[in-house]
Design a binder for this molecule. Structure first.
Ligand SMILES: [Ca+2]
Ligand SMILES: [Ca+2]
Length: 237
């Protein structure tokens, strides 16, 4: 569902690097500007659940692609990569031997927690925004996900040793100066329906350095899941 010119979404080529893992911390519902000043998608802003994180992964397509205006693409060569979407070789590649560079489509996936799901406007869900054919597609991944938190594992040693020393929230200033080696994902998932006579008296601790514990005290059963993913080639750029 949905759709729009990619230049209007979070995929700002001038943003935080052309490829890699980008996460946005503790989004405030309705405040699209928190995600990215370039965002212009009211549907996204109104659906997102307060104090959840957004995880975005950008990478180059496996196969080279032809230049195509409107498609978010990556020009890549020995000197690095540049994102563009106007179908023209970026200026920093104009003088590069064509046999020493390639054009790829950029594969961008962004996961967020919405306050409704396709089947039920009152059941939250994990949704994914992606690009197909230059258009933004917004689709449901798992109904019942009510919280998503992300922390990034960084290598803080003066001489980096490719081992994680610390996990930080996505807005940590340490991310500017320390390589990210891993992503830790935490989700709180609830049943579709409330259960008569049941009270969830558990306390859930979000994977976040500032958010308070969550005590639902309602009639939904829940489970929490977490996973740590080590990034391939993390130290290559
Ligand atoms: Ca967070
Ligand atoms: Ca280390």
């Amino acid at each position: 569902m949905g759709g729009g010119n990619v230049t209007n979404w979070v995929f700002n080529p001038a943003g935080a690097g052309a490829t890699g893992v980008i996460a946005f911390n503790n989004i405030q519902a309705g405040n699209a500007g928190q995600i990215n000043p370039a965002i212009n998608c009211p549907a996204h802003a109104s659906r997102i659940v307060t104090n959840t994180d957004v995880l975005e992964i950008r990478r180059a397509s496996a196969q080279p692609a032809n230049l195509l205006g409107g498609e978010l693409q990556l020009q890549s060569g020995i000197q690095g990569s540049t994102a563009f979407n106007n179908g023209a070789i970026p200026p920093d590649f104009i003088d590069v031997d064509p046999t020493h560079m390639n054009t790829y489509n950029m594969v961008v996936n962004s996961w967020y927690v919405a306050n409704g799901s396709d089947a039920d406007p009152n059941t939250p869900s994990l949704r994914r925004r992606t690009i197909r054919g230059g258009q933004v597609v917004d689709e449901e991944v798992i109904a019942g996900v009510e919280n998503l938190q992300i922390q990034l594992g960084i290598d803080t040693d003066a001489v980096t040793d490719d081992s994680v020393d610390q996990y930080v929230d996505p807005d940590s200033p340490l991310l500017a100066t320390n390589p990210v080696l891993a992503v830790r994902v935490w989700m709180l998932i609830r049943a579709d329906n409330a259960e008569r006579g049941f009270v969830d008296g558990n306390t859930y601790t979000p994977l976040d350095n500032v958010l308070a514990p969550i005590q639902p005290a309602d009639a939904f059963r829940r489970m929490q899941v977490s996973k740590t993913v080590y990034l391939r080639n993390a130290n290559a750029g």
